[in-house]
Ligand binder design. Structure first.
Ligand code: GLN
Length: 544
């Protein structure tokens, strides 16, 4: 049997310093050495998944091909590893307890006491090994959410410790820490990292590698100091200064030979890191020759005085990849649709953009502003890509303003509308009646058949596509014929022909006016930009 290796990535000092990107970058590096790599995220919260969380609080809900609704870090893993992950790559406290309780009720513990320790960490380990096995991975990266010293993730660190005892030569610990440079002192301080390393020692874990995040690169004095006080070889202290782009980070880590050090610690065969493909992408980004101005009009941007773009992170990355490959630097603006409701004259500012995207969303707030946006870009022939809600609202806008059905709406907003052009899906109805909200939408991979001679057929270059979904409502088939008779083309349908997956206008009427019921952004990768985004960006550049 193949020897599987595990790399645990934990966070010291504070959150938000890039544990997810560090994990993803380690993955990219190890993969480039020719190892089979998979990655797991552990989220310490009780929620079974991220599906029921408020986007303004939690950020984007990422959807895997099997329909798992999970943390946005999973998106980074898929993008950096250029791979598809599954439900077994994601775990929350809730999932772990749910399974242990299920087994207990099933008498699977054969009448013995079921205890937090060791039964919970054992379930955590079972899941980690299971994910490694599913992917047949040589190297499995496990990111433990939260920060060392928090009450919430102790049980996961306990699992990591137990796995290390079981397989001493196959487990490595990476601590991603932060070194502040207080402006009043002007010197980079190592003490918080020292405390974090000790706190980690307190739960029986010794870091093998410390990724030292800071505003500037680490000098040798700082490296030596951290090494001595944290009990880590100086060469295993990796300097990780702020980077211009997250995609520079694998390359930055390799300046300190992170991949070789990890291989040595884990007893992996010595292999060269080959980031040629990766740097190829990074260079595309650096060699852009022009600019393209894209507006993302959404409803989840307001968070106090801050603009929150985390909610649409995959959309933003998808725009970037396609723009870089088209030789353009994207200037992405985040426009709050609610501002257009307060002041309709502001709609005219949309003329400053080469393309407009309306991403997914739920509920009533901000929707009028979005419908006005879609009308404006349709009438002014500004390239438009509507995603999920952005597609449903495209159909509503068309029904209202072209077919003159002023009352047209989605059941989500007005169930009493006389023209429900977007309605609840049949099998979603009973779920809502039972308040069954968790993991109950139409989720994950579904195929669509594309109509010949359309924008999407040309963009994809294929007759049949598979994309990821997350929705409860759909275009009402009752009105499709009437909408089509007035020029809207349903250019993608589910294989059985019942569900409308794509709506568009012919290029004779509009340069690029496309709405898709699925989320193409979840399949956009730095080494594999998404064809639909690329077509949209191309149309936007043309307009520019
Ligand atoms: N609210 C819509 C639905 O449930 C769209 C969902 C989305 O944009 N992800 O169908």
């Amino acid at each position: 049997m193949k020897k599987r290796k595990y790399i645990f990535v934990v966070g010291g000092v504070m959150s938000g310093v890039g544990k997810g990107i560090s994990s993803s970058s380690i993955g990219a590096i190890m993969k480039s050495k020719g190892f089979k790599v998979t990655a797991l995220k552990i989220d310490p919260y009780i929620n079974i998944d991220a599906g029921t969380m408020n986007p303004t609080e939690h950020g984007e809900v990422f959807v895997l091909r099997d329909g798992d609704e999970c943390d946005q870090d999973m998106g980074n893993y898929e993008r950096f590893l250029n791979t598809n992950l599954t439900r077994s790559n994601y775990m929350t406290t809730g999932r772990v307890y749910q399974e242990v309780i299920r087994k207990e009720r099933n008498l699977e513990y054969k009448g013995k006491n079921v205890e937090v320790v060791p039964d919970i960490p054992r379930e955590v380990i079972r899941r980690i090994k299971n994910a490694a096995h599913d992917a047949d991975a040589d190297v499995t990266i496990v990111e433990v959410g939260g920060t060392i010293g928090e009450y919430q993730n102790i049980i996961f660190l306990e699992a990591a410790r137990m796995l290390k005892i079981e397989h001493p030569k196959d487990v490595a610990f990476v601590m991603v820490s932060y070194l502040p440079t207080p402006s009043t002192i002007g010197e980079m301080k190592t003490k918080p990292t020292q405390y974090a390393a000790r706190t980690l020692n307190g739960v029986g874990i010794q870091a093998d590698i410390i990724i030292a995040r800071s505003s500037e690169p680490l000098d040798s004095k700082r490296k030596e100091k951290i090494g001595v006080f944290c009990n880590v070889l100086t060469k295993n202290i990796i300097s990780a200064p702020d980077a211009g782009s997250i995609y520079d980070i694998p390359v930055n880590f390799e300046k300190d030979h992170l991949g070789d050090h990890l291989s040595e610690i884990l007893g992996l065969p010595k292999r060269k890191t080959d980031l040629t493909e990766w740097t190829g992408f990074v260079n595309k980004k650096k060699n852009v020759k022009r600019e393209v101005n894209i507006a993302v009009v959404g409803k989840y941007f307001d968070s106090g005085d801050f603009v929150l773009s985390d909610v649409y992170i995959s959309v933003i990355e998808a725009i970037k990849f396609s723009s870089y490959y088209a030789g353009a630097k994207p200037n992405i603006s985040f426009l709050n649709s609610k501002d257009f409701e307060k002041d309709k004259l502001k709609l005219a500012t949309l003329k400053n953009y080469d393309g407009v995207i309306v991403p997914g969303g739920f509920g009533e707030s901000g929707v009028d502003g979005i419908v006005e946006t879609i009308r404006f870009v349709r009438e002014n022939k500004i390239p438009y890509l509507g995603i999920c809600y952005g597609m449903q609202l495209l159909v509503i806008e068309y029904a209202r303003n072209v077919l003159g059905w002023k009352d047209a709406n989605t059941r989500e907003i007005n169930p009493k509308s006389s023209k429900l052009v977007v309605d609840i899906m049949h099998d979603q109805k009973t779920k809502l009646e039972k308040s069954d909200y968790g993991n109950s939408m139409r989720l994950g991979d579904y195929a669509a058949v594309l109509k010949d001679g359309t924008i999407v057929r040309k963009a994809y270059g294929e007759k049949e596509i598979v994309e990821r979904h997350r929705h409860r409502y759909e275009v009402n088939p009752e009105y499709v014929a009437e909408l089509e008779s007035k020029g809207l083309v349903f250019s993608g349908k589910s294989k059985d022909g019942t569900l409308c997956e794509i709506a568009e206008l012919p290029t004779s009427k509009h340069p690029f006016f496309v709405g898709v019921q699925f989320h193409p952004e979840f399949l956009a990768r730095p080494l594999n930009p998404h064809k639909l985004f690329s077509a949209f960006i191309k149309a936007s550049i043309k307009k520019a």
